[in-house]
Design a binder for this molecule. Structure first.
Ligand code: SAM
Length: 286
């Protein structure tokens, strides 16, 4: 194993950058700086560089991810929160009441993974009452570390079955980044995702939309009439996700951010209004 002197940063950085670049890391310099800054000693640094060169995601090595400018703990095997998902957080914050209301607005982060989405919403809107849930015990353990710190609760189970029934009809924001990769497309994903994140975090079924159907079918039962369902999807799948949400009794709009490369379908309970979703309509740009 190579060793690097973590105290001699300028001399250490160059060989690490070269090693990372040769391994195909696009942001080799930034990553090298982070590894040097975070490694407790030179032995750990050498081990971390080897892990990164072998393809392990940087966030799993460091034990945290930068998400919306916040450090989110990420354990091995747990889905690394992506930059595109910051759009889901932005949209949720925009839909929370301007003023502190009583009772506090309830936010549910379903399929929470590390708990990143709910944790950042609660940091930006501390009055919110946060409930996060995931089926994977490793994700739930990881989410507890993030969500406990902002005063939220984490549950384990299959979608809504994980939540306390007392939340039915009371949820203001239902934020969902569920798996949406079509099963066949998983093999084309980068090795960082395929090899280091659980298949259950990626696989959305034949067309990738199984979870969107299941969530949309049950969401009305949990939301307040003035609540919102927000589902992250891909640009390609957004028309179909919007159709599913509209078909479940919501008025729908699709938000896209070129900068974040993120797409979110936002549904508001119809409550007698006609759906504004038109099949094939282009998503407005964010
Ligand atoms: C794409 S990851 C997103 C994680 C997190 N929301 C984020 O944005 O970082 C999907 C998550 O859904 C969880 N999941 C898969 N099937 C589930 C189910 N039936 N019920 C609840 N969570 C599920 C996975 O364990 C994984 O953590």
């Amino acid at each position: 194993m190579r060793t690097y002197d973590a105290t001699a940063v300028p001399h250490t950085l160059a060989p690490i950058v070269s090693a990372l670049r040769a391994a195909g890391c696009v942001f080799a310099e930034d990553e090298a700086q982070l590894l040097v800054a975070e490694a407790p000693d030179s032995e750990a640094l050498a081990e971390w560089v080897d892990l990164r060169v072998s393809g392990m995601p940087l966030e799993h090595i460091l034990g945290w991810a930068d998400f919306c400018g916040e450090r989110i703990a990420v354990d091995p095997g747990v889905f690394v929160p992506r930059r595109r998902t910051e759009l889901l957080v932005h949209q949720a914050i925009c839909l929370l009441p301007d003023r502190v209301s009583s009772p506090p607005p309830i936010v549910v982060d379903l399929c929470c993974g590390s708990g990143a989405v709910g944790t950042v919403i609660a940091r930006l809107y501390p009055e919110a009452e946060l409930h996060s849930a995931d089926i994977d015990p490793a994700a739930v353990n990881c989410a507890r570390r993030n969500v406990d710190a902002v005063g939220g609760r984490v549950y384990q189970g299959d979608l809504f079955a994980a939540l306390p029934p007392g939340l039915q009809g009371r949820v203001r924001i239902l934020a969902v980044n569920a798996p949406y990769v079509p099963t066949e497309a998983i093999k084309t994903m980068p090795p960082e995702a395929r090899l280091y994140e659980s298949r259950a975090a990626l696989d959305g079924g034949d067309d990738g939309l199984d979870f969107h159907r299941r969530v949309a079918a049950e969401a009305l039962k949990w939301l307040l009439p003035e609540g919102h369902l927000l589902i992250e999807t891909s640009g390609q799948q957004s028309g179909r996700t919007a159709g599913i949400v509209a078909g479940a009794g919501f008025t729908v709009r699709t938000v896209h951010s070129d900068g974040l490369d993120g797409t979110v379908v936002v549904g508001a309970p119809l409550c007698g209004k006609r759906s504004r979703w038109v099949p094939g309509r282009r998503a407005p740009s964010y």
